[in-house]
Design a protein around this ligand. Structure first.
Ligand SMILES: *Cc1c(COP(=O)(O)O)cnc(C)c1O
Length: 375
């Protein structure tokens, strides 16, 4: 598959194999966990079975990487990639507004292995640079961030890291490979919670990392120890989902922008956080580094009781997770950021009346009408 092909074409064709036996057009499901070892030692936990390879090839094409691995969850992808890069005595620098699960994992896992970490505001790169230590091994970023959609300057972060030999790792879940390709901007390792836009139908839990051949091989050596591999049947579903990721995300981008604009003019709403709004502090940066679009995630503060508001919604479902074809809504204080202390939430700017909307592929007018009637 030509690398120059458009994402629409790559999403359908890259990696997909067809059936050599009967001439079927889709990749057959190969569930074997036992393979003849004379040709190549294949095994699901070695990340080299046919369905794993097919889905990885598609992701690598969409992210403009060289190689990658598919995992059984986003956290497996993130923690395996991170742990493969560090050892006792190293320091990891995180941006301070992280997915709640990653924040919790950093706080509870790293220090007991002798790994130091700190979290710093990345909106000002000069200040962020001051948080780099002599033993900083990895810089970890996430953009747009959850739930306030803050935008991190990926080229800027990559520049700071490269000149010091520091590895950069991004959680690219919110943007999806359709909207943002961090490897093009100099970031070393891209991770995804595939549970979100990659799966796209709220029915798959998986994760992925995409990088250079060299770093992927290094991560693979740890991955086969940690064991977070994905089975053939689910890999097939992920491959199937990826064939429509461009169509889905483009519609989600369009819906989210329309909803954000509507919310700005709504008197029962306070702040609206969406990087596609000119009023968003990260707008200019997002326009540059997210060529595919601003994404399907937005959040806003409601002036009415958020529980009552959410209960009144008809199409938009109250549910955790995100990135599905169906619109879903959460309260970060009750869900993704429930494990943060009130002080930690205040520090990153998450108010109690903040709601986070994952916009689906429904009709734009129906979604806006649903929000309007609930308000
Ligand atoms: C959901 C999510 C994760 C964790 O992924 P799982 O698939 O639940 O393990 C990590 N980062 C972000 C931004 C997420 O939304």
């Amino acid at each position: 598959m030509k690398k120059s092909a458009s994402k629409l074409t790559l999403s359908v064709h890259a990696g997909s194999m067809g059936d050599p036996l009967y001439g079927g057009v889709v990749t057959p499901i190969y569930p074997s966990a036992a393979y003849d070892y004379e040709t190549e030692v294949r095994y699901p936990r070695y990340y080299n079975t046919p369905n794993q390879k097919a889905v990885v090839e598609k992701l690598v094409a969409l992210e403009n990487g060289e190689d990658g691995l598919i995992f059984s969850s986003g956290m497996a992808a993130i923690m395996t990639s991170l742990f493969a890069m560090i050892k006792a005595g190293d320091h990891v620098l995180f941006q301070n507004d992280l997915y709640g699960g990653t924040h919790h994992a950093a706080v509870h896992e790293l220090e007991r292995y002798g790994i130091a970490y700190s979290m710093a505001d990345v909106s000002n790169l000069t200040n962020f640079e001051k948080a780099i230590r002599k033993n900083t091994k990895v810089i970890y970023v996430e953009t747009p961030s959850n739930p306030l959609l803050k935008i991190t300057d990926l080229k800027g972060v990559a520049r700071l890291a490269r000149k010091r030999g520091i590895i950069t790792l991004i959680d690219n879940t919110f943007a999806s490979p359709v909207n943002q390709n961090p490897i093009d901007l100099g970031i070393d390792i891209v991770t995804h919670s595939g549970t979100k836009y990659i799966g796209g139908h709220s029915d798959i839990c998986c994760g992925a990392m995409i990088s250079s051949k060299k770093l992927t091989e290094q991560i693979k050596q740890s991955a086969l120890h940690f064991g977070g591999s994905l089975d053939a049947q689910t890999c097939y579903l992920v491959e199937r989902s990826l064939k429509t990721i461009v169509l889905r995300v483009e519609k989600q981008n369009e819906n989210a922008l329309a909803i954000a604009r509507y919310l700005q003019s709504e008197s029962k709403v306070d702040g609206v956080y969406y990087p596609g709004l000119k009023s968003h502090p990260g707008y200019a940066l997002a326009k540059k580094q997210m060529p595919g679009g601003f994404g399907g995630m937005l959040s806003f503060e409601v002036k009415i009781n958020p529980d009552k508001f959410i209960k009144k919604l008809q199409y938009i479902k109250r549910a955790i997770s995100l990135g599905g074809v169906e619109s879903t809504i959460t309260q970060p204080v009750k869900t993704s950021h429930a494990k943060l202390t009130a002080a930690e939430r205040k520090a990153v700017g998450i108010k109690n009346n903040l709601v986070r909307l994952s916009v689906g592929i429904e009709d734009t007018k129906d979604l806006i009408a649903d929000i309007r009637q609930a308000l």
